[in-house]
Design a protein around this ligand. Structure first.
Ligand code: ATP
Ligand code: MG
Length: 332
């Protein structure tokens, strides 16, 4: 079966609606037809400072959330990135193939280092797209389901794969991003032109999957809209309302046009109130299931052990090819 691969950082206690609608929901769908590898990107998380105890907790919470949202451990390999050392090893080889200027063009570094200034950012934050290329290429996947913010990194990944293949020998498959246009960029509820983000959004701008459902409902009801009072999908001029319609449509399975019609002549209050209800209905069972899973650490760690074992077998074989082609002497 062709493979899919993707990862998510354990940089918050909970995933948010951007993660879920932009990427994770596609993970669940794709596991039917593909051979899936999904990982928790703890190596990426430490590109910014993390409290060790919190990082460990969040990594397990991430695993519990993936299973609770429908990733089936029997079908999908779920693993922790740091448990498969080949990621860091291939990352180094690819760093040596990447131009400094090429790395510099990555806009996520510019965005993420903007706050503290470039001088305060870690070198790891600068090179993380290259590690991400290694994460992907090790598994030779056909598709990588991600949100729009990762498109540029997928381009870099393809460039590096192509470069390695031409400089040495065809080794890597050039993976395609799998980005669903409608939900590729869920925006911050309070700042609807910015992307909803674990590390950059204010608490009131982000709907967390594990928030108390009443808190999430309240955040939806206080989302920033505009003064026109017409429910119309127009991301350019009405980013706040359009974001609410996107979330509503994705959760309910109804088209945006259908929703526009239903709310024609009604105010934003109705739209928000009813979307809040849809959100509560969606997150309540998810939250219960996640909390249940977190009570069974033995099960979680066993799932992760098996995931790392399956991923490790694939990664080891790829890295062996790479080392041989680069000219490293194999262990006798
Ligand atoms: P951080 O702020 O720490 O980078 P994040 O919220 O961007 O966290 P990631 O773990 O970096 O989350 O990304 C996980 C997946 O979620 C990626 O595929 C990313 O493209 C997707 N994603 C993140 N935010 C959004 C969003 N607002 N809309 C759609 N997809 C998103
Ligand atoms: Mg991110």
């Amino acid at each position: 079966r062709p493979r899919v691969l993707s990862g998510i950082q354990p940089t918050a206690d909970s995933f948010h609606f951007g993660n879920y609608l932009g990427a994770l929901r596609q993970w669940v769908d794709l596991q039917e037809e593909y051979e899936p590898f999904f990982f928790i990107a703890d190596l990426h998380a430490i590109t910014v400072e993390q409290d060790p105890k919190v990082l460990r907790e969040r990594t397990l919470r991430a695993a519990a959330q993936l299973i609770a949202m429908g990733i089936d451990p029997a079908r999908s390999s779920i693993f922790i990135q740091s448990q498969v050392p080949e990621h860091a090893q291939l990352g180094w080889v690819l760093q040596c193939l990447t131009g400094f200027g090429e790395a510099r063009r990555m806009t996520q570094f510019k965005d993420k280092s903007a706050k503290g200034g470039e001088g305060a950012a870690s070198v790891g934050l600068f090179t993380y797209p290259i590690l991400q290329a290694a994460d992907i290429l090790l598994y030779r996947p056909h598709y990588v389901p991600v949100g729009e913010d990762q498109r540029q990194h997928l381009e870099l990944t393809r460039d590096l794969a192509h470069r390695f293949n031409t400089r040495y020998k065809k080794t890597f498959r050039l993976p395609e991003p799998y980005i669903l246009k409608a939900t590729a960029k869920i925006t911050d509820l309070q700042d609807p032109t910015a992307k909803m983000s674990k590390s950059a959004s204010s608490p009131s701008g982000i709907v967390e999957m594990l928030d108390d459902p009443n808190v999430s409902a309240k955040k939806i009801r206080s989302a920033v809209t505009d003064s026109e009072a017409v429910v119309r999908f127009d991301p350019e001029n009405k980013p706040g309302v359009s974001n609410l319609l996107t979330i509503y449509s994705a959760l309910s399975g109804r088209t945006v046009a259908d929703l526009e019609e239903e709310y024609a002549g009604r105010g934003y209050g109705d739209l928000k109130k009813e979307l809040a209800e849809v959100v509560v209905e969606f997150v309540t069972p998810f939250r219960e299931r996640t909390l249940e899973l977190l009570d069974d650490q033995a099960y979680l760690t066993e799932v992760l052990r098996q995931g790392a074992e399956r991923a490790g077998a694939v990664a080891e074989a790829t890295l062996r090819d790479v080392y041989q082609r680069v000219g490293f002497v194999a262990v006798a």
